[in-house]
Design a protein around this ligand. Sequence first.
Ligand code: G6P
Length: 607
Amino acid sequence: MCGIVAYVGPKDAAPILLEGLQRLEYRGYDSAGVAVVEKSAKSLKMRKVKGRVADLAAAVPARFKGTLGIGHTRWATHGVPSDQNAHPHLCADERIAIVHNGIIENADALRQRLEGDGVVFRSETDSEVLSHLIARTSKETDTLEEAVRRALKLVVGTYGIAVIDAERPGEVVVARNGSPIVLGIGEKEMFAASDVAALVRYTRQVVHLEDGELAVLRADGFSTFTSDARETAKEPFTVDWDTGHYDTGGYEHYLLKEISEQPDTVGRTLRGRIDDRFHIAHLGGINMDARESRSFRRVKIIGCGSAYYSGQIGAQLIEELARIPADAEPASEFRYRSPVVEPDTLYVAISQSGETYDTLAAVQELKRKGGRVLGIVNTVGSAIARECDGGVYLHAGPEVSVASTKAFTSTAAAFALLALHLGRVRDLSPADGRRICDGLRRLPEQIKEILTQEEHIRALALKYAHCPGMMFVGRVRGYPVAREGAQKLKEISYVHAEAYPASELKHGPLALINPDMPTVAIVPDDELLDKNLTTLGEIRARSGRILMVGHRTTDQADDCIVVPKNEIELDPILLTIPLQLFAYHAAVALGRDVDKPRNLAKSVTVE
Ligand code: G6P
């Protein structure tokens, strides 16, 4: 989704901004732009285009000099993708330029008022009101910082913004409310971005702005302020992700790289957290002692997209291992239905990016109502991580491809640790604790084993990719796996895919079964095996083709993918991996833009 980059220092800003924007491409966008200010001439230059960052780079002339600048990738919300609607946006005399992430909710009213005063708008965006408002408030005050502060007071909505003014060519002002802004500290230069991905090539020293904060960046440093102009003290934080994490590392796509990394990333999620003496999990970040961990009577898990499906696996793990009623719900639904927040419920928010607006808003709502919220988050220091009372970091490294893979499996592994913890402070026996600890430790090797079947899975993907649609079914532990499998297939290959609990098939979707609608059946060797095999029989009796993913082969299916067996509670993590490879190869076979599927964004930072 929208991305921001800003620079001030001794160097030529444009190449730095373009490089930063390239690093943000993975988030999904439809247009891009940059503006720079040349100090001596006090003049502002801007280029913006509908299309890719490469198109923007081609449109930037050789003489586009300036040591201060801002850049943006836009994901259309108000107004179609076009050159005019791309950011930056200028004020009337083209002195001030802004880039904005988020949504200005009272944009229509502000626009009407400004138009009434004679302002001519050049775009259909909500963001453009900001450049005109700042141009006005800058007439009332001497500093850009105060002008931005006053303008933001008039605005209702969410924003991450960066502002430059040709008359003040030594500084960039940034501010955040609901949309992330990170400052990057360099040697006699400063950066800002909406995502550390844009900064790691230049610096690992970063500072996260809080909601309501504003910062002034100059080549020799920065100052941060609250919305009422009180200066705040910020501790820089060292990011341990580097540019290597953002390269494809010789793979054709980020998605394949991230699928292949899973033995390592799941290993990193587990590292140092399994205690062999007492067969418990060490989760220092949850900030709860044993007594508190025992006090919860329910667990409610929230997240969006794949994070939500991994939460369903988490709920199952918690119910099985800790015997606490647990369920998962899309964060977007949860926040809008005015949820009853109970004091003895533990809330768990899941997010790879730590930025998803619906999840963040749900966490904030929970906090307002006094709920206890843990985060299972990949991005250290992200908004959701900071908002929670404690949590578990995945340590899976940055996930670049829009479709989530390694964050999904790491989240499921983190849930196994949390379930082990909650179980062992209750009634889970040491023997069962040991069984789970041993099972967790086997996961990385078993994932490697599954990855060696890539050719077989690719051949199956080629066989099924051209079907008009596919059904995914699973029972209990297999159901979230089926949902995630269908999600992967539809989001990257655009093949219609529907997931159903296997037992529900005969209550409706069985009507869809025919030779053109094959079924992917998740059939682990557990106590439900016979029931699942019966379902396969029902599908075959309607001439349905079946691809079974499980722990054995069977004549009931046309094709089988056999994965190594772990403990029944942990099997869902392994059963997910072949479905990722299946979706990947189907998408490649259909010629899709695998890493940046149409209409989707990596981090959905708007409602
Ligand atoms: C977007 C992505 C999904 C992701 C979801 C939640 O919709 O396309 O792949 O699962 O957001 O993202 P999060 O960063 O909160 O895990």
